[in-house]
Design a protein around this ligand. Structure first.
Ligand SMILES: Cc1cc2nc3c(=O)[nH]c(=O)nc-3n(C[C@H](O)[C@H](O)[C@H](O)COP(=O)(O)O)c2cc1C
Length: 202
């Protein structure tokens, strides 16, 4: 099956290390994996134009279109973010805002503008979702909850591990995730859980 890793960090940092740990284990278990660092991509924020409701797609033309295609083709999304002021990063938020509405309106339509919403399946329905957040000191679980809430409203299935799937980093932007033995073992168990489920779904 296919797993993609989406990293919301603007640098090659700790979040990347944790995501790559999960992807490398899934790759060893014979799944196709793709790593998508948002730092290299141009993804504008949602403009609230609601063209997705009419056209079933996001009309802003930038790197979102390629990332969204990968997201729709994947069976499993591993999504990680550093914690910035207690939150996921703006670029990841931009991607998730646009991806969620696109996935919803590709599969749902309003008969008239006065209709109540009656949701059916969405593009992400049934895909596995593995959230990861990283901070120096605190805010990981709040940002993790942001990711889990996005997954829940978009009909994905969130997969956990033997502890919250969060990492810690050192001071002044240290890149030392590989020294976080507990964090790395939590990510390893997350990959085992994802593999367990993908083997049964696939
Ligand atoms: C603008 C900014 C805001 C940050 N806010 C927090 C925070 O709220 N809590 C925290 O513990 N660390 C905070 N940090 C530290 C980062 O979360 C930490 O360095 C993390 O490793 C960054 O992920 P990365 O290595 O993948 O880039 C912040 C760092 C930056 C640059």
């Amino acid at each position: 099956m296919k797993a993609i890793g989406i990293c919301g960090s603007p640098r090659e940092g700790n979040t990347e290390t944790y995501i790559k740990k999960v992807l490398s284990q899934l790759s060893q278990a014979d799944h196709d994996t793709i790593y998508l660092p948002l730092r290299l991509l141009n993804i504008a924020p949602c403009e609230g134009c609601y063209q997705c409701v009419k056209e079933g797609r996001c009309v802003i033309e930038d790197d979102f279109q390629a990332v969204f295609k990968h997201m729709t083709e994947a069976d499993c999304l591993v999504v990680g973010s550093p914690v910035y002021n207690g939150s996921i990063t703006p670029k990841l938020k931009a991607l998730l805002d646009r991806a969620g509405f696109s996935a919803r309106w590709m599969k749902n339509a309003l008969e008239t503008s006065d209709d109540n919403y009656q949701w059916g399946k969405m593009v992400f329905s049934g895909k596995l979702f593995a959230p990861i957040t990283v901070a120096r000191k605190t805010g990981q679980t709040f940002a993790l909850a942001q990711l889990m809430l996005w997954a829940q409203v978009n009909d994905l299935i969130t997969v956990g591990s033997n502890y919250w799937t969060v990492g810690t980093a050192g001071t002044s932007g240290s890149i030392n995730a590989d020294e976080d033995a507990e964090g790395m073992s939590i990510m390893s168990h997350l990959a085992e859980n994802l593999n367990f489920l993908m083997e049964r779904i696939g």
